[in-house]
Design a protein around this ligand. Sequence first.
Ligand code: C2E
Ligand code: CA
Ligand code: CA
Length: 408
Amino acid sequence: MKSTIKELSVLVTDDSLTQRQYAQDLCRDLGITELHGATNGVDALQRLEAGPIDVVLIDLEMPIMDGVELIRSIAQKQLSTSVIILSAKDPILISSVGTMAEADGLHVLGTFQKPLLPDALECSLLRYIHDAKLAKQQVHPVVEQEVTAVELNEALVNGEMTLAFQPKLTVQGLLLRGVEALARWRHPSKGMISPGVFIPLAERHGLIDALTRSLLEQAFKHKRQWQHYGLRFNLAFNLSPLSLADIDIVDWLCAMAEKYEVPFNEVTFEITENALLGELASAIRTLARLRLKGFHIAIDDYGTGFANAQQLSRVPATELKVDRSLVHRAAARPQQKTIFSSTVELAKKLNLITVAEGVETEEDFQIIAELGVDLVQGFYFSKPLYADDLLEWIKSGLTQLRREHAKK
Ligand code: C2E
Ligand code: CA
Ligand code: CA
C-alpha cells in the first residue's frame, strides 16, 4: 500500500498541452515521479489498460472522447481508479459530473474549476492515501452475500442480532451528547451482514416488527445499564417507515421505556427523510404522539430524498441529520457545500438541532464548525462500537480525542 503522495502514479488527461504540463508540474512539485499524460479519452483508456494508475485527472472538455464519456468507460471497464475532475465550465456542471461518477462507482477525490490550485491537488491526493489506509483498516469486511428471510428469522430466534453504538458529539467542546444504536448481524457462516441488506429484507418479509422490538429492548437494557453507571446521554434508535404505520407502536414504545426505566426525553427516534414522502398522514400522527410523550424525533439522511422545506416544517421533529453525501468532502465541492450550508440554515430557522453525519476527516469537521452545526457523528470521531468498547472509549478514547483537538 502506498503511504505517501510521492509514491502515487498519476495520469493527466487534457487536450491542451499547456494545461497538461501545468498539472504535471504541480504533481512534480509534490514529488511525484510516475507521471503520464493523455490528450483525450481514447488515449487515456489505452494508457489505463496498459497498467494500473492510482489517480486520473480528467478535463471534461476534450475532442474525440470527452471527460464524461471517459468516466463512464473507466467505470464500465472497471479500470477502477480514483479521479479528479476538472473543467473551465461552471461549478454546478463539474459537481454534477462528480455525482454521476460516484454513482458509477468511481472514487471521486475532488471536482474543481480550472485552474487547478496546488492546495486542491495536494488535498485530493492526501485523501487518496487516507482512504486507502481506511480501507485497509476495515476489520470486519462487510459481506454483501445473499441472505434469505428464513435465515433472518432464524437469526432473530437465535439472538444473533445485536447493536453497535456510534457517539454523537457536540461540535463545541466534543461533549458526548448521545449514541445512535445500529443493528448488527454476524451470520454464523457468512460473516457480518450489512443492515443495508437485512433491514430492507426484514421490511419486505414482514419481519421488521419482530426485529425492531428485539433491538429496542436490547437498546433500552443498555441505556438502563449506563444510567446505573451514572452515564446520562441520549439514545437514538432508527425506526423503519413501516413502524410508523403501526398503530400500536407508540403505546408499546412507552411501555418499554417504562419497563427499562428510560426517561422518554433521553430517547430520539430517527426516521429517514423518505419515510415522510409516503404515508405522510399516518407517519405524522405517530410522530406527533411520540413528541407529545416527550421523545425526540430526528429526520435522518436529509439530503438524499426530495422532502421540501414545507414537508419538513410539517413534521414534529426536533433534529435534522444531514446526510453524509452532503457532509463528506464538502470542502472540495463548492456546490455541495452551498447545499449543505443552506440546509443548516433552514434547520436553524425551523428550530431543529443540526447533526452532520459521516464526518470522516478534519477538513469535513472544519466546514461543519464554520457552518455552525450543533452535533457531529462519524468515523473521524468514532466508528460504531459494541457496548463494552463504548464504555472503554468514553473512559479513554474521548479524552484523548479532546486532547488532540485542543492542540489543533
Ligand atoms: P443510518 O441511520 O444513516 O446510520 C448511519 C450509517 O452510517 C451507519 O451504517 C454507520 O456505520 C455509518 N457511518 C457512520 N459514520 C460514518 C462515516 O464517517 N463514514 C461512513 N462511510 N459511514 C459512516 P450502518 O450501521 O451500516 O447502517 C446503515 C443503515 O441501516 C442505517 O443508516 C439505517 O438506515 C439502517 N439501520 C441500521 N440499524 C437499524 C435499525 O436498528 N433499525 C432500522 N430500521 N434501520 C437500521
Ligand atoms: Ca440513523
Ligand atoms: Ca443517516
